[in-house]
Write a protein that binds this ligand. Sequence first.
Ligand code: C2E
Ligand code: MG
Ligand code: MG
Length: 542
Amino acid sequence: MPVGLYQTTSEGRILDANPALLQMLGYPDLSSLKAINVTDLCVHAEGYRRLQELLLRRDGKMRGYIAQLRRYDGSVIWAETCSRVVCDAAGQVLYHEGAIQDITERRSAEARIHYLAHHDDLTGLPNRVMFKQRLEQAIAEARRYGHKVAVLLLDMDRFKTINDTLGHDVGDGLIKAVAMRLNGCVREIDTVSRLAGDEFAFILPGLAVGEDAARVAQKILDEFAQPFWVSGYQLFISASIGIALYPADGQCVDTLLKNVDAAMYHTKEHGRSAYQFYAAEMNARAFERLALEHALRHALERNELVLHYQPQIALDSGKIVAMEALLRWRHPELGLIAPMQFIPIAEETGMIVQIGEWVLHTACAQNKVWQEAGLAPVRMAVNLSVRQLRQPNLGQMIERVLQDSRLEPRYLELELTESMLMQNAEVAIPALKALGAMGIEISIDDFGTGYSSLSYLKRLPIHALKIDRSFVCDIPADHDDAAIAMAIIAMAHNLGIRVIAEGVETAAQQGFLVDHYCDAMQGFHLSTPLPASEAVRLLACA
Ligand code: C2E
Ligand code: MG
Ligand code: MG
């Protein structure tokens, strides 16, 4: 193999080079090479500088490193270099000299070998070796951040029959088609790999709850509902899936693989085309959650959702100034379900957009009915979810609802939680400005539980802060909570924002709030959330 040889000054100016080096680097002649510095050749000059530092020890030793060099035409080669310093008898540096070999081809062959060793050649998916490495990484990360990792093992049902009856070419074609489809149903950060034959495995890192793995498993099973077309055959095939979770079902790669295997065989025994968790109690939990999700899909059309209304009073006059609409689900078997139990599911599945619109519409229409019945007009406070805030057409939707219900915008108030506002401030600021311009009031819910940036608070078009219940429940006895409540009131008033206390349950709490000039309050001390038919009576008394 041709070896390029060179001499340079200590500053890197090229003194001499052999024809092999000129050819390797594509320079037309020696003078053009002499015109540049060695650092001009290096794609990453810091590697060269580090080498220089070593060479300056002047021990005459050969030192080498692998570098990327830029050729005359701009293309880049990988080079293995070694060089040394040549000194005279007095120890004065005469010049540097060295040899360079072009190893570009060797490196790409190594990369190819690495690829082949880590991928399945039929499908191009990561193979078992790479799967294990990735799982190792995912576990390390999950340990650091307290996440869960799900491992799913999928085995096609009756694959052998297809192989035996239609031949291996069709079998291979089916494996490829399945691989393509599976790749399409996971997130970018997930890994899909082919472990062997008709066995595929998935790594789902960064999960908050184990039930999320069930959702992915169901999605994968749904993919098998459509037939596969291979060499003109229409193939209907199903799959069985096992699920094991880090850390509950195993702390290391081998245990997780062993347990996910057991879970998958369990599924096969229980009738295939399904999934099973390794831990039995997860099956029940995931089932419950999916059943709830399924039922929620029909809750709207079956009229199972209802709103309850909780009054807010002004502390100076004692008059009701607003009603907050709070969602309830009247489940045919489970009874009344609180929003915290189903709103997270509605958010995850996107159903919240439709449900949220229904809430808004129902609440605005209700408020108009009360006004038309001659009751003193109050604001209707409606809670918005993050997902709704991110909807690009939120403003238009609200405008339409207001038109349909003929409610004046000033009688609508939107509540957004502090954490959701701060985490989405860049989307929220323009969206809220637009809503504010329509004349709608905006308040920050659960204030004090998130981390507010005061500069955002100033920039957000906010009319009110709601002090979170957790700070209200221990006043006036708890001095810290009392101090926090007082600080929130003072800060808000200085910014020209109203303050309302949530979760007021006692007369002592109310007294404290009155003493410290809180503007309004809401809580069981006044009234629990009530169905419309009962809420109307409160309005009539006011
Ligand atoms: P939130 O907006 O902070 O609503 C106040 C919650 O505190 C309500 O719970 C209410 O019943 C409860 N509460 C009121 N006063 C007291 C009190 O004195 N003591 C105690 N212990 N609790 C009190 P709820 O109805 O279960 O709602 C919980 C959360 O669900 C709401 O918190 C809100 O974030 C969310 N939510 C409710 N309805 C909707 C909705 O239509 N859309 C959206 N996106 N979220 C909603
Ligand atoms: Mg609220
Ligand atoms: Mg709240």
